[in-house]
Design a protein around this ligand. Structure first.
Ligand code: SAM
Length: 285
C-alpha cells in the first residue's frame, strides 16, 4: 500500500487483509485450487491473491475496479508468470461464469457495500461454479445460513440455500484488517447443489419471498395480498396454513408456493403484469 500510495477508500469497501495466517486459511478453505480457474473479486493490493498463489492456484482471474491497485496486482502477476490474469473493471457489470476454464470457483473478501448484490447475481448461473468462498460482514453471513424460525431467516436464506449448501467457516475480527471495519467478518463457503432443493421458477420464488418477508410479522394470508392473486387458494395449493408467517416456512414450502403462483399467474390481471411472460419461464428448476 505504501509503495503504490494506496489509501483505503470507504466508497470502494476497502478493508485490506494482509495477515498471512488468515489469508492462507481462506485460500485453503477455497481449495483445492490446482485445477481450473480461481476468480478473485476485488484483489486490492493482493494480500489474499498472494495466499491463493502460494496455496497452488493454477490460474487466477482477478477483477479489480480501483485503478490504483492495478500496478500492485500486476507486480504479483509478474512474479507468478502465466498463472494470473487481471481484469480492470466493475464486478457488478461482469459475469464471471465464463471466465477461464472450469472447474471455476470464486474467492473474495467482498466490498461489503455490494456483497449481497454480487452474490444474488452469481446465483443466476450458480452451476458454473464448483464453490464460492466469500467474506461477508457477520450479520449477512448469518442471514445466508439461517434456518426457519430464526430472526436472521429471510429472503437471502431461501434464495441461497435453495441452490447451495451454505456454511459459515470462521469469523475474522475487525483488528485483522487495514483499516479495521466497524463489524466482525465471516468467511462463508457455498457449494452449489447438483439440483435445486425443490423445483420452482426462480422469478416466482423471488416474488413470493419478497412479498412474504417484506411484511414478515404479518400472516401470509395478509402479506401475500400484494401478489395480486387470491391468497387462500394459493396457500391451500401449497399446503401452507393461512395463519403461518414468513419465518415459519421451510424452503420447500416457499417452493410449493412459487409453483402454485406460477400455475395461477397466467389467469390473473395483476399477476400478468407482475409476472411478465418473458420472465415467467426463466430458470425452471
Ligand atoms: N482482496 C483484498 C484483501 O483481502 O485485502 C481487498 C478486499 S477489499 C474488502 C474489497 C476490494 O474490492 C477492494 O480492492 C476494492 O477496490 C474492490 N472493489 C470494490 N468495488 C468493486 C467492484 N465493483 N468491482 C471490482 N472490485 C471492486
Amino acid at each position: 500500500m505504501a509503495r503504490y500510495g494506496i489509501a483505503a477508500r470507504k466508497s470502494l469497501g476497502q478493508n485490506f487483509l494482509f495477515d498471512l495466517n488468515l489469508t492462507r486459511r481462506i485460500a485453503r478453505a477455497a481449495g483445492p485450487l490446482a485445477t481450473g480457474t480461481t476468480v478473485e473479486i476485488g484483489p486490492g493490493p493482493g494480500g489474499l491473491t498472494r495466499a491463493l498463489l502460494e496455496e497452488g492456484a493454477a490460474h487466477i482471474v482477478a477483477v479489480e475496479r480501483d485503478p490504483r491497485c492495478l500496478a500492485a496486482i500486476e507486480e504479483l502477476a509478474a512474479a507468478y508468470p502465466g498463472r494470473m490474469a487481471v481484469i480492470a473493471g466493475d464486478a457488478l457489470a461482469l459475469d464471471p461464469s465464463a471466465l477461464g476454464a472450469p472447474p471455476r470457483r470464486i474467492v473474495a473478501n467482498l466490498p461489503y457495500n455490494i456483497a449481497t448484490a454480487l452474490l444474488l447475481r452469481w446465483l443466476e448461473r450458480i452451476s458454473a461454479y464448483e464453490s464460492l468462498t466469500l467474506m461477508f460482514q457477520r450479520e449477512v453471513a448469518e442471514r445466508i445460513v439461517a434456518a426457519p424460525r430464526s430472526a436472521a431467516y429471510g429472503r437471502l436464506s431461501v434464495l441461497v440455500q435453495w441452490l447451495c449448501d451454505a456454511r459459515v467457516l470462521f469469523d475474522i475480527p475487525p483488528r485483522a484488517f487495514t483499516p479495521p471495519p466497524r463489524v466482525t467478518s465471516s468467511v462463508v463457503r457455498l457449494a452449489p447443489r447438483a439440483a435445486p432443493l425443490e423445483p420452482a421458477g426462480k422469478t416466482f420464488l423471488e416474488c413470493v419471498t419478497s412479498a412474504a418477508f417484506g411484511q414478515r410479522r404479518k400472516m401470509l394470508r395478509s402479506s401475500l395480498k400484494s401478489l395480486g392473486l387470491p391468497v387462500g387458494p394459493l396457500l391451500a395449493a401449497a399446503a401452507v396454513s393461512d395463519t403461518a408467517r414468513a419465518e415459519e416456512l421451510s424452503i420447500a414450502e416457499f417452493c410449493a408456493l412459487a409453483r402454485a403462483i406460477e400455475k395461477s399467474a397466467p389467469g390473473g390481471g395483476t399477476a400478468r403484469r407482475r409476472f411478465p411472460a418473458k420472465s415467467r419461464n426463466s430458470r425452471r428448476a
